[in-house]
Design a protein around this ligand. Sequence first.
Ligand SMILES: Nc1ncnc2c1ncn2[C@@H]1O[C@H](COP(=O)(O)OP(=O)(O)O)[C@@H](O)[C@H]1O
Ligand SMILES: [Mg+2]
Length: 150
Amino acid sequence: MFTEGLIKLKHISNSINDTEKIAEQFANNLKGSEIILLEGDLGAGKTFFVKSVAKSIGCSDVITSPTFTLMQTYSGGEFTIFHFDLYRIKNFIELENFGFFEYLEEDGIKFVEWAERVNLESMLDNYIKINIEKTGEFSRVIEIFYKKGE
Ligand SMILES: Nc1ncnc2c1ncn2[C@@H]1O[C@H](COP(=O)(O)OP(=O)(O)O)[C@@H](O)[C@H]1O
Ligand SMILES: [Mg+2]
């Protein structure tokens, strides 16, 4: 369905229920190996969106590793989900030492919060970017960009 370039979808959410539905629709189009970068301020709903995707593909096991501030794994569903939070990562070396690039090779969907801290976008050809903007206590604008290189 999605070819080259950049395709943008814009959704308006007025409740957590709306966001769950948007996440479910998004999840239905996943193949299983996508890298998804999440952008938005603290409290925008990035983590909530990932958990909603995990729920809708049937992931019931959450594995919180000792480095849980950096990564959580959701399994038991149609696909495994790796959920990274790079908020505490200071530079590329730290990212490498954490084993991030090995995790990217694993089978499963990878969600990354705070990818902009290490300018991850410039290192990837194919990825999806989701920007969540908080417009009110329960309202959000959720934009989804599909970026595909040659
Ligand atoms: N429409 C909405 N969509 C997503 N989250 C919402 C919405 N309305 C309220 N929230 C709340 O906003 C908070 C978002 O928190 P979180 O997902 O941890 O943010 P982030 O990971 O972006 O810092 C959650 O407590 C969630 O319940
Ligand atoms: Mg978060």
